[in-house]
Every structure is written in C-alpha cells, then in structure tokens.
Ligand binder design. Sequence first.
Ligand SMILES: CC(C)(COP(=O)(O)OP(=O)(O)OC[C@H]1O[C@@H](n2cnc3c(N)ncnc32)[C@H](O)[C@@H]1OP(=O)(O)O)[C@@H](O)C(=O)NCCC(=O)NCCS
Length: 223
Amino acid sequence: MNTQKNNVVIIGASNDGALVADVIEAINKIENCFNILGFLDDNSRLQGTSVHGYRVLGNLNHKNQLPKNTKYVLALASAKKTYRVKKIVALLKLENDDFVTLVHPFAQVSRRAEIGIGVTILAGAHINSGVKIGNYSFIEGNAWLGVNTIVKDYAVITHDASVSGNTEIGNGAYVGANSSILGGVKVGDWSVIGAGAVVLKDIPSASVWVGNPARRVSEVELI
Ligand SMILES: CC(C)(COP(=O)(O)OP(=O)(O)OC[C@H]1O[C@@H](n2cnc3c(N)ncnc32)[C@H](O)[C@@H]1OP(=O)(O)O)[C@@H](O)C(=O)NCCC(=O)NCCS
C-alpha cells in the first residue's frame, strides 16, 4: 500500500476554502492521500487564525517557506474577480505539477471528459462526455456540463448551474447559481452570468448579465 501523502495548501480561506477542504476530506475517506497543511490568504485579519478547522499559515508570500513538495489548490471563486485569480496564479510562479486537480468522489465525470490542472469539482457535478475543462477552473455542486461543452481556464461554474451541450464558457467566465445556459451559446472571457439567469444568445467578453432572458447590466473591470 502506498502511504506517501501529498501535503496540500488551499489558496483562499473564505467559504470556497471550506468547499475545497470538504472535497479533500471526502477523497481522503476513500484513499488517505492528502495532508492539508492549511490556507494561504492575503487577508491580514485571518493571519494565525484557524478557519474551517485548519490554520491560515500566512499570506501568499508564505509559499516560499513551505516544504518543497507542497501541492496547491485554488479556492477563489468570486464573481467579477476571476481575472485577479489569473494574476495570482502568475505571481505564485508555480509549475503545473505543483497544483492538484480534485474531483469529489460523488461527482459524475465521464471517462470521455478532459479535466485540466488545478481544477476542483464538487459533489454532484455532472461532467458529461466530451466536456473539456481548462486549467484552474472551479465547478461547484450539482453543476451540469452537457456533452461536448468547453469550459476554458479560470472559469467558475457555480452550484446548480445548467450549461447545455456544445456550449463554450470563456476564460474566467463566471456562471452564477441556478442559471441556465442554452446549448451552443458562447459566454465570452471574464463575463459574469448572474444567479438564476437564462442565457439564450452569445455573451460578449467582460460583461455582467442577469435575468430571464439575460440582459446586460454592467462591465467587468479586468484588474
Ligand atoms: C450578477 C451579479 C454579479 C451582479 O452583482 P453587481 O454587479 O453587484 O450588481 P448589482 O447588485 O448592482 O445589480 C445590478 C442590477 O442587476 C440586478 N441583479 C443583480 N443580480 C441579479 C440576479 N441574479 N438576477 C436578476 N437581477 C439581478 C439588480 O437588481 C440591479 O438591477 P437594477 O439596476 O434594475 O436595480 C450578482 O448579483 C450575482 O448574481 N452574483 C452571482 C451569485 C451566485 O451565483 N453565487 C453563487 C455562490 S456559490
């Protein structure tokens, strides 16, 4: 039996951090392969505290003091902030194999789906045949990704979102809870689909859309 465990650090100690810790703990129940060292988070009020049962070890710079073999996972799935996540990943200067990809044992992932690096998939998500998920994307509980849908890097598909088949979700696009994206639609890079929205047509990049049918309400600042 392989008893070698991977030390893993969760980047982001907010509620998303708790969701990621839950996935790791669920995987460990089946095969005890991860040792959660704690969180890194730039929020100064959290330093030295414990959240979700684990220590906040320091801010992102603390990475340099962690053991060399440490693996990382992102827990930073906020609307309108996915561009910042891209910048954080660049700042961390980690190699691809420094990130773990986490799939909750209760997620349904087709063997014909492709999942990138540093991706987290929560319980109850359905990743159907031919789906491609890019790097550093975050797929929440009960999200549905229809056949042949493409989710690019840094995207967030939040809980109970329904993304029909042959759809393209752009880099860093954020698909809100209980929203519905019709088949074949393209959601542009860094755009936000509000909770409960119904998207019937292509969405340009870096814009915020809400309602049924979805209407444009604002822009996303790429900072
Ligand atoms: C879309 C969203 C990001 C907009 O946030 P925001 O930029 O702060 O926008 P505001 O709250 O200023 O709202 C702008 C307008 O959109 C409307 N609106 C915002 N979100 C809406 C939604 N989900 N559905 C319908 N209308 C919405 C507001 O009522 C407001 O309308 P008005 O200008 O006519 O008064 C946010 O409301 C949202 O839905 N986030 C996703 C939440 C989610 O899915 N979370 C999952 C967590 S696990």
